[in-house]
Design a protein around this ligand. Structure first.
Ligand code: SF4
Ligand code: SF4
Length: 152
């Protein structure tokens, strides 16, 4: 740009107008951010959020404490202690997911032969205490539909 060009640019405040136009263009655009927590972002169907232990339709727990999920977990985030009912059925007496270790790879879900463990769309996992990031069975297991029906 020659001297005349630079002179005209400075006299007409060209760069300021150009900057203002850019600002206005962005100000009038639809925002890409949401007013969280009033507005929530919809997650994809295959989103890998908080784990959930599922039940069968009769309300019994699907997990038989086979340990496949814990064995495949690359972060050693799953701890299971098996138990047995009076009828000789296996269940997870203790089932814990350490959210501080989990890398949300979903291997545990893939490994489970009973579709007992799934990953939900829940991404609100922040806690004030580290202890609350150790999700125990009560926290992981979905509510028993039979118990829910009795409550209502
Ligand atoms: S999602 Fe991955 S890291 Fe997390 S508990 Fe499952 S297998 Fe382990
Ligand atoms: S969640 Fe599935 S893979 Fe893990 S112990 Fe239970 S039944 Fe086995």
């Amino acid at each position: 740009m020659g001297a005349l060009g630079r002179f005209l640019r400075s006299v007409t405040l060209w760069d300021i107008w150009k900057g203002l136009a850019l600002t206005m263009r962005h100000a009038l655009r639809k925002p890409v951010t949401l007013r969280y927590p009033e507005q929530r972002r919809e997650v994809a169907e295959r989103f890998r959020g908080r784990h959930r232990l599922r039940r069968w339709d009769d309300g019994s727990e699907r997990c038989v404490a086979c340990g496949m999920c814990a064995a495949v977990c690359p972060a050693a985030a799953i701890y299971i202690e098996p138990g047995e009912t009076q009828y000789g059925e296996r269940f997870a007496k203790v089932y814990e997911v350490n959210a501080m270790r989990c890398v949300y790879c979903g291997f545990c879900v893939e490994a489970c032969p009973y579709d007992a463990i799934v990953m939900t769309g829940d991404y609100e996992m922040a806690e004030y205490n580290k202890a609350d990031l150790l999700w125990d069975k009560d926290r992981l297991t979905e509510p028993d539909p039979a118990a829910r029906a009795q409550e209502s």
